[in-house]
Design a protein around this ligand. Sequence first.
Ligand code: JHZ
Ligand code: ZN
Length: 425
Amino acid sequence: MDYKEVKRCRVCGSRKLRKYLDLGKLPLANCLLSSPKEKFKKYPLQVLFCEECSLSQLSIVVDPSILYSNYPYHSSVSSTFKRHCFEMAKSIKAMFTHPKTYDGWDGPQPNPSYGKPIENLIALDIASNDGCALEQFKANGFNVVGVEPSENLAREANLKGLRTHCEFWGEKELGWITPVDVITASNVLAHVDSVYHFLLFAKKKLRAYSNGFIVIEVPYLKNLIEDNQFDTIYHEHLSYFLLKPLVLLFDQCWFKVFKVEEHPIHGGSLRVFATPYEREADASVQAFLNLEEDLGLYSFKTYKDFSKQAERIKSDFLDALNFIKNQGKKVMGYGASAKGATLLNYCGVNSSHIQSIVDDTKEKQGKIIPGAGIPVVSGDNFDTNHPDYISIMAWNFSDELIRKTESHKLRGGKYIIPIPEVTIQ
Ligand code: JHZ
Ligand code: ZN
């Protein structure tokens, strides 16, 4: 069997899991095909709500070696994400100043370096992809090391001089990695089944000297629900996080969540800072918990209507594409994202609706979206094919994608943006 069923909540262990969304059986979103005849499998895609801790999670876990041994997604393709990582590195650096005193410090009081920046910081990025975040930490003066399970990506990062070990984090002791000041993990915790192993391994690698901490970023379930982002539900994303289950998870791993931020990246992400050492929690932690409670995100009722929104968007998107097709107009997509593959397959969109999808990732070009059967092509195809419409399949980067297709706009071309509502502009 290449997948297993989830019987207990991954965070709290409860069996009280209630289904609220069923997107049917869909192919694996990032397993692009090399030819139209290539066979692929479909797997059930259902979301369960834990009545104890409010974690949303998929009903199955697909074997990660199928999903990640060769992963086509390259974080560095987006300049928006690069900037996001640069700002993150800069703000994290500013958090490392010498404390007033150290444990066991018997020198002059207060510590003469008190308040000054700590030099020679080391950052470890988990699931470091092509080294996008490592590069930005390096630019901010950190020494860097990455851990990335996909061979193609780890190789690429190493070629750029960004030291990267090819491993699944949390599977085995990585004794050769010395403790670091900060561990970052963006868009990875949601992909992990053994979340306890993941954090307990991270705890061992945080330096006491600088009161090291971990920073995780996850797409925020609040935004997923509020903005109908059902296409971000695919087999890689095992968990859909609120702060509440994260606080419980960290707490059980002897970490304290001391700061929480929301960032616009990927349609709205939660950035959570946690440490096994002494740090005062600021007011943000309780403020986010209060907000989640006030929005009804701890109650199953809130999630019940969500599947109706997915059905509505499916019919709006299909209606729009069929209308355009009947007028004899041409549509191309931009961004062969995993969420795009999910949306296309859930909606039953195929190459008669969208003739091809442009993606600037070299490894995706020449491939085919499984199920939808739409080819992925390079950017120059916009200028040779002159589509009437570009459907933005990575709506989280719509500003950047629209900016990059200036000539389409100048030709009078239009855009279809499917999420949060199907809009044509
Ligand atoms: P994008 C990703 O999902 C990957 P995906 C991952 N599963 C995750 O957790 C979430 O993000 C949060 C292309 N593109 O980021 C690149 C251009 O071609 O929305 C990508 O193929 N030119 C780990 O795959 C796609 O669009 C550009 O200028 O759903 C974007 O994919 C830009 C900006 C993007 O996420
Ligand atoms: Zn739970």
